[in-house]
Ligand binder design. Structure first.
Ligand code: PAD
Ligand code: ZN
Ligand code: ZN
Length: 376
């Protein structure tokens, strides 16, 4: 491509400081170094995790930063030694690396790659530098993907090549929300046919858990949210019951226990609140119940639980990106989507140009969207 090896000037939504709206700016994007790939982003979803960045509750963040982590695009150029993709390839960016070589990548039961950036600064590329600048200032990366930029540079371990037939404005959801929710049911909880499930929080991720529970053959899927506007979509995707904690005087875990006899077989917290994490744990049955934490708690949160909840046999688990080995899972999800076995389109309620990125966040905050997809 004519741009290979050159700095590209393009648009990006920059978060200059905590609590400030995003600002769509012209940024400079340096060419990829060895082992890196530069990608033209075509579409990116807005996930609640991006809102956690803007509100300052995501751990270890440095500002100014270009957020966004649910993106799909086309490879523009590759750095020396990057061989898994080539210019023109359609790709999905993955916010959790998969080096394919470390003991966790090789273990089918785990997807937390040792190259992961979550425990250290995740706001610079692995060599400790940034490829973004704006108005003479260095801009930080987010989760090594920064998909709110028209062009972004990423290490090769966070890109998955996909089928050229895939519509990028739909399959971008595979970069985070769908894979996380669906994978939480299938890979992390390993939901069994005929089981009962409760899902706390019916955003793009929670509704993907509903889809995963349905695909696994759960017989009862109880969707829990304080926003009843989410119930129609939850039912369409497979929920058998929808309840709001606001409609009951007693705690929701008691309601769920009464509805199911002894508590559900699997519960999922997909909100990111400590109180609902404890409620979800107490909602699964005391012997064999499995509770999966998906929501991201505010940075620095601590929780207090009665140890008896676990001593009687319950299992409490967490999941990142639904336990998916993303480079392997994404092409399979794409095939299912193209064969019309997976309907991602139902999760997309709004499609907006990048210039309206703040409108997308307002819709999320107001509970009016499931997923908004931004287009460049
Ligand atoms: P979202 O904001 O679209 O959905 C959250 C839902 O929770 C909304 O429908 C709310 O109405 C509902 N809710 C809020 N408070 C309550 C309450 N007290 N009781 C019941 N329902 C409530 O978010 P999302 O679906 O994009 O993301 C959900 C969480 O998952 C969020 O914390 C995000 O950061 C996290 C996440 N984790 C991973 C991971 O890898 N673990 C990946 C992606 C997102
Ligand atoms: Zn690895
Ligand atoms: Zn996300």
């Amino acid at each position: 491509m004519a741009t290979a090896g050159k700095v590209i000037r393009c648009r990006a939504a920059v978060a200059w400081a905590v609590g400030k709206p995003l600002s769509v700016e012209e940024v400079e994007v340096a060419p990829p170094k060895a082992g890196e790939v530069r990608i033209k982003i075509v579409a990116t979803g807005i996930c609640r995790t991006d809102e956690h960045v803007l509100e300052g509750s995501f751990p270890n963040m440095d500002f100014p930063v270009i957020p966004g982590h649910e993106g799909a695009g086309i490879v523009e150029s590759v750095g020396e030694g990057a061989t898994s993709v080539k210019p023109g390839d359609k790709v999905i960016l993955i916010p959790l690396p998969q080096c394919g070589e470390c003991s966790f990548c090789l273990n089918p039961e785990s997807n937390y790659c040792m190259k992961s950036h979550l425990s250290k600064s995740q706001c610079l590329l692995p060599d400790g530098t940034s490829r973004f600048s704006c108005k003479g200032k260095q801009i930080h990366h987010f989760l090594w993907v920064s998909t709110f930029a028209e062009y972004t540079v990423i290490p090769e371990c966070v890109v998955a090549k996909i089928d050229a037939a895939a519509p990028l404005d739909k399959v971008c959801l595979l970069g985070c929300g769908f894979s996380t929710g669906y994978g939480a049911a299938i890979n992390t909880a390993k939901v069994k046919p005929g089981s009962t499930c409760a899902i706390f929080g019916l955003g793009g991720v929670g509704l993907s858990v509903v889809m995963g529970c349905k695909a696994a053959g759960a017989s009862r899927i109880i969707a829990v949210d304080i926003n009843k506007d989410k119930f129609a979509k939850a039912k369409e995707l497979g929920a058998t019951d929808c309840i709001s904690p606001h409609d009951f005087k007693k705690p929701i875990q008691e309601v769920l226990t009464e509805m199911t006899g002894h508590g559900v077989d699997y519960s999922f917290e997909v909100i990111g609140r400590v109180d609902t994490m404890v409620a979800a744990l107490a909602s699964c049955n005391m012997n064999t119940g499995v509770c999966v934490m998906v929501g991201l708690p505010p940075s620095g949160s601590m929780m207090s639980v009665d140890p008896m909840l676990l001593l009687s046999g319950r299992t409490w688990k967490g999941t990142l990106l639904g336990g998916c080995h993303m480079k392997d899972c994404i092409p399979k999800f794409i095939s299912s989507y193209l064969e019309k076995k997976l309907n991602l389109d139902l999760l997309i309620t709004h499609t907006l140009p990048i210039a309206k990125v703040n409108e997308g966040f307002e819709l999320l905050r107001a509970g009016k969207s499931i997923r908004s997809v931004l287009l460049f």
